[in-house]
Write a protein that binds this ligand. Structure first.
Ligand code: PEP
Ligand code: MG
Length: 313
C-alpha cells in the first residue's frame, strides 16, 4: 500500500469487485490531519473552515488563513483535499457575519448567502486557498455551503476560478439543488452531499431540536431519492458526487450511498475502519440492488430493514 507522509499505510476503500471508493476524512482543524492519516483517510472530503472565524470578532487575515490551509494541504501530499468555504449561520452563528435577528436562521442568510452579502470575506478566503494550493502538492477542491439555486452554483464556480481555484463545486444540502442536479452539473465541477442539512430541509425538522430528532433520519427514502437524483446526474455528466454528512459513517448506509451513485465517502476518521470493512463485502451490483431495496421503502426504518434483507437475499 502507498504510504502517506506520516508513514501510516493507506488501504484504499474499495468494493468486493475492486471498484474504488475513496474514503476521506471530515476535519474541522488542521490539527486533526495526523490522526486522519493514521486511521487511513485517503484525503479530506470536508474541511470545515468555521474554526478560523469563531474565535474572533472579525474575519482572519489572508496571511493567517493561508498558513492554516497550507498546514492542512501539506499533510496530504498528492491527495484530494476538499475545503468548504465558510458556512456561517444557523447552527454555526458568527457575530460579524450573521444576522442575529432572524427568526428562522436555518432558513435565513446563511452559508453562501452570507458570503455573498460580505463578498470581501469570500474573496479573501479564496485568495488564501489559492495561495496554499500554489505552495503545496495537494489536489485542492473548494466547495460552497448551502447552495439552493443553479445561479448560485454558477456564481461560486466562477468566483472560485477567478481566484485561481482549479476545481470548484457545491454542497448538495438543499433539496432544490438535488432536484435540479442536471443543470447544476452543467455549471460546476462536483457535488458533495451534506446529509445533515439535506435531511433537515427535506423533512422540515430543525437538526438542533431534540423534540423532532426522530425526523432526522438519513435512511428516509425521500432523502435517498434526492441522493439518487444527484448520483444519476453526476454519472451522466461525468461529475464526481461525494457524501460528507454523518450518513456516510453508517457502514450499511455507506453501501446504499455507493449504490445510489456516490463516488467518494467522507466521515469523521474513527468511522473509516468499519465503513472500509463493510464496502469490501459487496460488489457494485450488490450495492445497486441494496440501494434499490431501500429506495422502495416507505420510511426510514423499513428502508434500513429492506437494505439488510437485500444483503442476505
Ligand atoms: C451537512 O450538512 O451534512 C454537512 C456535512 O455540513 P455541516 O454538518 O457542517 O452543516
Ligand atoms: Mg451543512
Amino acid at each position: 500500500a502507498r504510504r502517506a507522509a506520516a508513514g501510516a499505510p493507506i488501504t484504499p476503500g474499495a468494493l468486493a469487485d475492486g471498484t474504488p471508493v475513496p474514503l476521506l476524512a471530515n476535519l474541522g482543524n488542521p490539527a486533526g490531519a495526523a490522526e486522519a492519516v493514521a486511521l487511513g483517510a485517503e484525503g479530506v472530503g470536508l474541511f470545515r473552515t468555521e474554526f478560523l472565524f469563531l474565535s474572533s470578532d472579525e474575519a482572519p487575515t489572508v496571511e493567517s488563513q493561508t498558513a492554516s490551509y497550507t498546514a492542512l494541504l501539506e499533510a496530504f501530499p498528492g491527495r484530494k483535499v476538499v475545503v468548504r468555504a465558510l458556512d456561517a449561520g444557523a447552527d454555526k452563528p458568527l457575530k460579524f457575519l450573521t444576522d442575529e435577528g432572524e427568526e428562522n436562521p436555518a432558513l435565513g442568510r446563511r452559508g453562501l448567502r452570507a458570503l455573498r452579502h460580505h463578498e470581501e470575506i469570500l474573496r479573501d478566503q479564496l485568495t488564501a486557498l489559492a495561495n496554499a494550493q500554489a505552495a503545496t502538492e495537494a489536489d485542492l477542491w473548494v466547495m460552497a455551503p448551502m447552495v439552493a439555486t443553479v445561479e448560485e452554483a454558477e456564481y461560486f464556480t466562477r468566483i472560485a476560478r477567478e481566484h485561481g481555484i482549479r476545481t470548484a463545486g457545491v454542497m448538495v444540502e438543499v433539496p432544490s439543488v438535488a432536484l435540479l442536479a442536471d443543470a447544476v452539473f452543467e455549471v460546476t465541477d462536483f457535488g458533495s452531499v451534506g446529509t445533515n442539512d439535506l435531511v433537515q430541509y427535506t423533512m422540515a425538522a430543525d437538526r438542533m431540536l431534540g423534540s423532532v430528532s426522530s425526523y432526522q433520519d438519513p435512511w428516509h427514502p425521500a432523502v435517498l431519492r434526492l441522493i439518487a437524483e444527484i448520483g444519476r446526474a453526476g454519472a451522466k455528466h461525468g461529475k464526481p458526487v461525494g457524501i460528507c454528512g454523518q450518513a456516510a459513517a453508517d457502514p450499511l448506509l455507506a453501501v446504499v450511498l455507493v449504490g445510489l451513485g456516490a463516488s467518494t465517502l467522507s466521515m469523521s476518521p474513527p468511522a473509516l475502519v468499519d465503513v472500509r470493512a463493510e464496502l469490501l463485502k459487496h460488489t457494485r451490483e450488490d450495492a445497486r440492488r441494496i440501494a434499490e431495496a431501500a429506495l422502495a421503502a416507505r420510511d426510514g426504518a423499513s428502508a434500513r430493514e429492506a437494505a439488510r434483507a437485500a444483503i442476505t437475499a
